[in-house]
Write a protein that binds this ligand. Structure first.
Ligand SMILES: [Zn+2]
Length: 235
């Protein structure tokens, strides 16, 4: 089973509880004894790793075997990249439901994290993932028509009101640029050529935060930390 570990906590003397996202959704398993020196499976009980694992059956499965598929080396050395891992892990933990298409979501997650490893502007891939995730979870942004009338031409997206607007209902050139950008992010494959740069990373992450809070009653600690970091970076 392929899993992405997003959190690990010490358990009893020398074990760890591992929380992960898999192609069947959120799972947790016990990694026995991995905090002992040179335990052969200790690599599998660390957060932000992609693994192929075998676990036992039961209410609290135990880790039996593990193969390391990716340790996301670049993300470990780069605070911004680490934050995206936190952000995506926390978002999945709080929002993914058993009925979601986890196979597809895990595929998207792998592509995004691969891309983030080599990107010098990684945050836009975080934004891409979170926007697409919102769609996966069933919350469309209604980008194809003005929120106040049936007009579907020259639409803009107001990133504060979180709604699509036509010219008569408030769309401006800037809002039209944002509409085009969000549309392109939602339809983009995870490929550099298709994704335009975000004009302002912080504003877009704040927008994502409001979208999640509006639709999902979601207060993200990781999102707040990322925004705080970005503010410091800008000053
Ligand atoms: Zn309108």
């Amino acid at each position: 089973m392929i899993v992405y570990t997003y959190k690990t906590i010490p358990y009893q003397d020398s074990s760890k509880l591992v929380y992960a996202y898999s192609e069947s959704g959120l799972i947790s398993f016990l990694a026995r004894g991995v905090m002992k020196m040179s335990h052969p499976l200790s690599f599998a009980a660390e957060p932000h790793r992609l693994l192929d694992v075998t676990v036992s059956k039961g209410t609290l499965p135990t880790l039996k075997e593990a193969t390391l598929l990716n340790r996301y080396e670049a993300a470990k050395k780069d605070l911004k990249k680490t934050m995206i891992h936190h952000l995506i892990g926390e978002t999945l933990q709080k929002n993914s439901a058993p009925e979601d298409d986890h196979f597809k979501l895990l595929g998207l997650l792998k592509k995004v994290f691969d891309k983030i490893e080599t990107e010098d502007k990684p945050l836009k891939y975080g934004v891409l993932f979170l926007l697409k995730l919102l769609y996966f979870l069933g919350f469309g942004l209604h980008l194809k028509q003005c929120a106040s009338c049936p007009v579907s031409a020259e639409l803009g997206f107001d990133i504060y009101a979180l709604e699509t607007q036509c010219k008569a209902h408030g769309s401006t050139p800037e809002k039209r640029r944002n509409h085009a950008l969000i549309t392109s992010y939602l339809t983009a494959e995870v490929s550099e050529d298709l994704i335009q740069d975000l004009p302002d990373e912080m504003v877009f992450l704040e927008m994502i935060g409001r979208l999640y809070e509006t639709h999902l009653d979601f207060q993200s600690k990781a999102l707040k930390e990322t925004l705080r970091y970005l503010k410091k970076e800008i000053v």
